[in-house]
Design a protein around this ligand. Structure first.
Ligand code: MTE
Length: 312
C-alpha cells in the first residue's frame, strides 16, 4: 500500500454464531484449553512470553498456518518504516509496559484500561484467521484475543455512538517511522458500530500462543478478518465512540485509493492494481481472492443494500 508506488463463498470451516454460542458453553464446561494452566498471564508479560488459559475458539479456520517466522518478519507497521522488514528490525524500541488504553467519547461508562486489566477483561481465545493485505499478499495467523464487543458492552455506548475510532500510539521517540511524514500521525482507523460488534472482530494480544511481538502491534491491536489488513490498527491507545464516520489515516493520505469500508472485494480494484488474486505467503501460485476474504456467510448481511463500488 505504498504511497509511492459477488461471489460469496461461505467458509464452511467457520461455525455460525448460533452454533458457536452453544458450543462455546459446551467447551467452557469441558475446560478446553490450548495451553497452560495458570489464570491469565503474569503482569510483566512481554513479547514471546507464553499466554496461558487460552480457549480454543470455534471461530477458527482449519487452514495451513503461515509460519511464525513470516508472520513476525514480513509485515506493515509504518510507525517503524515503510519496508516489510522494518517492523521486525526496528520495533524493539517500543515499550509496551506500562500501557493504557483510553475508552472515551459517546459512552455511558468511559474509562482507562491498564493493559494487564485489559488482558483479563474476557476469556482469551485462539482464532486462526486469514489476513489479506491490500497490497496483494495474505497469511493465515493464529491470533489470541477476545471479541471487541466484550469491551464495547462494558463501555455502554450511547445512542449517538454510530462509529468506533481506534488510535495508535503517537510517540516518535519510540516509533522512528513517525519522524517521516509518510502518514499524518497518529494512525487512525474506524469501524461502523455494527461491524465493531460483530463476533469476528477481535482485540488481539497474542499470536502463536505467545504475547504479541512488538512488530505485530503489541500490546493490543484490532483484527477484522473480512477487511484489508490496514483496518486492523496496531498498538492501540485510544478507542473512541463517535457520531460521525472517522477520517482514517489512509483516507486522509489517499482518499481515492482507500475508502472507509475497505472490505476485501475481488471485484473492486485498487486504482493502481487488481484485487482479484493474492499471493499467500509461502506459496508460489496466486490464488483467487474471496469476497469478504471468505467470511461472506458471516458478514455479508452487514452490507445488504449497499453499493460496494461506492462504499469501497
Ligand atoms: N497499524 C498501524 N498502527 N500502522 C500500520 O502501518 N499497517 C496495517 C495493519 N495495521 C499498520 C497497522 C497493514 S497495511 C497490515 S497488512 C497489517 O497491519 C499487517 O500487520 P500484521 O501482519 O501484523 O497483521
Amino acid at each position: 500500500m505504498s504511497l509511492r508506488s459477488s461471489r460469496d463463498i461461505p467458509s464452511l470451516e467457520i461455525t455460525p454464531p448460533e452454533i458457536y454460542r452453544e458450543r462455546r458453553l459446551f467447551m467452557q464446561g469441558m475446560g478446553v484449553m490450548v495451553a497452560g494452566t495458570a489464570l491469565g498471564i503474569t503482569s510483566d508479560a512481554q513479547a514471546g512470553a507464553k499466554l496461558a488459559d487460552v480457549h480454543r475458539s470455534p471461530y477458527t479456520l482449519n487452514e495451513e498456518k503461515t509460519p511464525y517466522k513470516a508472520v513476525t518478519t514480513y509485515n506493515n507497521f509504518y510507525e517503524f518504516g515503510p519496508g516489510k522488514s522494518d517492523p521486525a528490525e526496528r520495533a524493539g524500541s517500543l515499550k509496551t509496559r506500562p500501557w493504557t488504553v483510553k475508552v472515551e467519547g459517546e459512552a455511558g461508562k468511559p474509562g482507562e484500561y491498564d493493559i494487564d486489566s485489559l488482558l483479563k477483561l474476557a476469556p482469551l481465545e485462539e482464532r486462526v484467521y486469514r489476513l489479506r493485505c491490500v497490497e496483494g499478499w495474505s497469511m493465515v495467523i493464529p491470533w489470541i484475543g477476545f471479541p471487541l464487543s466484550e469491551l464495547i458492552r462494558r463501555a455502554a455506548p450511547t445512542s449517538r455512538a454510530k462509529y468506533v475510532e481506534f488510535v495508535t500510539l503517537d510517540d516518535p521517540g519510540q516509533m522512528p517511522g513517525q519522524r517521516s511524514d509518510i502518514l499524518d500521525w497518529p494512525y487512525v482507523e474506524g469501524l461502523r458500530m455494527d461491524e465493531a460488534m460483530h463476533p469476528l472482530a477481535i482485540l488481539a494480544v497474542g499470536l502463536y500462543g505467545e504475547v504479541l511481538p512488538n512488530q505485530n502491534g503489541a500490546p493490543v491491536r484490532l483484527v477484522v478478518p473480512w477487511k484489508y489488513g490496514f483496518k486492523s490498527a496496531k498498538s492501540i491507545v485510544r478507542i473512541r465512540f463517535v457520531e460521525k464516520q472517522p477520517l482514517t489515516a489512509w483516507m486522509r493520505a489517499a482518499p481515492r485509493e482507500y475508502g472507509f469500508y475497505s472490505n476485501v472485494n475481488p471485484h473492486v480494484d485498487h486504482p493502481r492494481w487488481s484485487q482479484a488474486k493474492e499471493r499467500r505467503i509461502g506459496e508460489f501460485l496466486k490464488r483467487d481472492t474471496l469476497m469478504f476474504n471468505g467470511y461472506g456467510a458471516q458478514v455479508a448481511q452487514l452490507y445488504r443494500g449497499m453499493d460496494l463500488q461506492t462504499f469501497f
